[in-house]
Design a protein around this ligand. Structure first.
Ligand SMILES: Nc1ncnc2c1ncn2[C@@H]1O[C@H](COP(=O)(O)OP(=O)(O)OP(=O)(O)O)[C@@H](O)[C@H]1O
Ligand SMILES: [Mg+2]
Length: 337
C-alpha cells in the first residue's frame, strides 16, 4: 500500500490517500468535498546515475603534443540520456577537441569520461557500434559514389545498419546516390556526413557543426532529423556556433571559452535570467507608429500600459527576451562570431 499526497483540483487542498500501485480509487476532498477518481502511480525505481546519464565528464584536461596551452581545461559536465546538449563557443574554444576525446580519438587526457555506462578507458572498438559521429570536416572516399561510401561504412558494423539508400533519401541525396563524392558540393558532403553518422542507428550522436554551409532548406531538414532522432530516444551532443539552432534544438547548452566551460543551463532559463523582462508596445500615433517599453513586473497595474490598451491604437505587443547570443556575450564577455 502506498501513501500519496495529492492536491484537490478544485480548492488546491493537499491531502494523503492510500492505495496499491496502479489502483484507481474514489476520492473525496476533506476540505471542499469535491469527488473524483485518482490512479495511484505504478512503482518506479529511482534511476541510478548510470542509467540516467549518457555521458559524465569530470575535470577533463587535454594538451596537444608539443603545445603548452590547455585545449581543454578542467571541464566537468554531464549529458542526460535522451537530451540534446549544445556545446557552444567561439573558434578555438576546444569544442571539437572535447568531442574527439569523448569518442576515443585523442588519448592522453586527464580526468574521467564515463560514456554510455562505462569508463571510456574500458571501451574497445565496440564503442563505435553504439555511437554515431559527424566530424567537423567530412572525410569521405572521394572516388566512391555516395551510395558506395555508405555501403562501405555499413560493412564496418557488426550489427545490421540502416539501408544506405533510405538514409540518402532522408537527406535528399537519393538522386545523387550514384555520383562520385569528389564531385559533390560542400553542402552535399555535409549532408552525406550526417547520413553516415546515422547508419548504425546509434544510442548517442556526436554532431560537430552539422548544418555549417547548408542552405536554409537543407539546414531545416537536418534540424528536423535531429529532432526526430531525439524523439526516438537518441542522446545528442551538438557542437555549434549557431545560437538559433542551439536555442531551437537543445535541452541544455554549455558555453565553452578558452578550453573552459563557463556555464551549463537550459536556453529558455538563460534567456529569462539574462533577459530584459520588458514589454514593447507599438501603437498608432498621429498617423505614424510610436513605441513604448514597460517593465513586465506589475504590468497589470501600470496605468499608462492599461490606458494604451484601451485606445484601440495598439498594433503589436512583444515581450523582449534576450537572445542566446546576448546571453553568451554577457556571460563570457566574448562574441561568438
Ligand atoms: N591537431 C592539433 N594540434 C595542436 N593544436 C590543436 C590541434 N587541433 C586543435 N588545436 C588547438 O586546440 C584549441 C582548440 O581547438 P578546437 O578545434 O577544439 O576548437 P573549436 O572550439 O572546435 O573551434 P572551431 O569553432 O573553430 O571549430 C585551439 O587552440 C587549436 O589551435
Ligand atoms: Mg571545431
Amino acid at each position: 500500500m502506498n501513501v500519496t499526497t495529492i492536491a484537490c483540483p478544485q480548492c488546491r487542498y493537499h491531502f494523503a490517500i492510500k492505495g496499491k500501485p496502479g489502483e484507481k480509487i474514489q476520492v473525496t476532498c476533506p476540505s471542499c468535498k469535491t469527488q473524483g477518481f485518482f490512479q495511484v502511480p505504478e512503482e518506479t525505481t529511482r534511476p541510478t546515475p548510470d542509467s540516467y546519464h549518457a555521458l559524465t565528464i569530470q575535470n577533463l584536461t587535454f594538451i596537444y603534443p608539443k603545445s603548452e596551452k590547455k585545449a581543454i581545461d578542467s571541464v566537468s559536465f554531464h549529458i542526460k540520456k535522451g537530451e540534446i546538449f549544445g556545446f557552444l563557443g567561439p573558434n578555438g574554444a576546444g569544442k571539437s577537441t572535447t568531442q574527439k576525446v569523448i569518442i576515443g580519438l585523442l588519448k592522453g587526457y586527464d580526468g574521467t569520461v564515463d560514456l554510455l555506462g562505462k569508463n571510456l578507458k574500458h571501451w574497445k572498438n565496440d564503442l563505435y557500434e553504439h555511437i554515431g559521429v559527424c566530424f567537423e570536416f567530412p572525410n569521405h572516399y572521394q572516388k566512391l559514389t555516395a551510395l558506395e561510401n555508405l555501403q562501405l561504412f555499413s560493412s564496418f558494423y557488426r550489427n545490421k545498419t540502416m539501408d544506405p539508400l533510405d538514409l540518402l533519401s532522408m537527406v535528399d541525396l537519393d538522386k545523387e546516390a550514384k555520383q562520385r563524392v569528389g564531385s559533390f558540393s560542400k553542402g552535399m558532403k555535409t549532408k552525406l556526413n550526417f547520413a553516415r553518422a546515422l547508419l548504425n542507428n546509434p544510442e548517442m550522436l556526436f554532431l560537430d557543426e552539422p548544418t555549417t554551409g547548408l542552405d536554409p532548406v537543407s539546414a531545416r531538414q537536418i534540424k528536423n532529423l535531429i529532432s526526430e532522432k531525439k524523439k526516438q530516444g537518441t542522446t545528442i551532443f551538438l557542437t555549434t556556433h549557431n545560437m538559433t539552432d542551439a536555442d531551437e534544438l537543445c535541452d541544455r547548452v554549455g558555453f565553452m571559452v578558452d578550453g573552459r566551460l563557463t556555464l551549463v543551463e537550459n536556453p529558455k532559463d538563460l534567456k529569462l535570467k539574462h533577459g530584459k523582462k520588458i514589454v514593447q508596445v507599438e501603437y498608432l500615433d498621429n498617423g505614424g507608429i510610436s513605441r513604448e517599453e514597460f517593465v513586465l513586473t506589475n504590468l497589470g497595474s501600470n496605468k499608462r500600459f492599461i490606458q494604451l490598451l484601451n485606445t484601440d491604437n495598439v498594433q503589436t505587443i512583444h515581450s523582449q527576451e534576450a537572445s542566446l547570443d546576448d546571453v553568451f556575450i554577457k556571460v563570457t564577455g566574448r562574441q561568438l562570431k
